[in-house]
Design a protein around this ligand. Sequence first.
Ligand code: ZN
Length: 226
Amino acid sequence: MNANEPDDLIACHECDALFHKRVLPQRTSAKCPRCGSLLYRSISSNLDKICAMTLAALVTFVIAQGFPIVELDANGLTSQTTLIGAIVALWNEQMEIMAVLVFCSTILFPLCELLALLYVLIPLRSGHVPPGFNALLRGIQFVRPWGMIEVFMLGVLVTLVKMVSIARVIPEAALFAFGALTLMFAVVVSFDPRALWDIASGLGPRGETKQANGSERTTSEARQKS
Ligand SMILES: [Zn+2]
């Protein structure tokens, strides 16, 4: 290993083995020869695609959350409510833990990931690195297991199943939006956020972001220093 060129080194996040990075052909990925986990994918060609998909997912997310998804029946009075309303109803039915879990998996974490990705992707596309880039990207990787498509679907399903006793599911805009959102998340989540480190490092000096995190030396940051 050449210690003078930390930029071309990458550590396997499973077994910590160090490797030299090479520029990959499009649509290929590098795997760790020791444990077989994914090291990195070829970058930049899919930046536009993932940016558009994230934006579309955000719009669909707003539609899915904004339209009623269940019809509540209380004492002969029927009222339609959104997923948030359904979560509040779960809470009121003494299913607080369920309500919190569903809220996190279907609203909080997906929304955080979408907004954070857009905040990072849009400036990167126009050629500069937004402030707080390092912290945000670490945040994305932290919430990712919770933003997984299975967890998201499970959250929606659990709400609907739990609500069946007190509510009726409305097969309209919101339900279809959730279906579409599930597919969109599959695409967004397939994008490896670590590819963004490489794009950022290719953009040259990074100003305040770099200084703010200068004291920490994780592998990713070590790779970014240019
Ligand atoms: Zn490995």
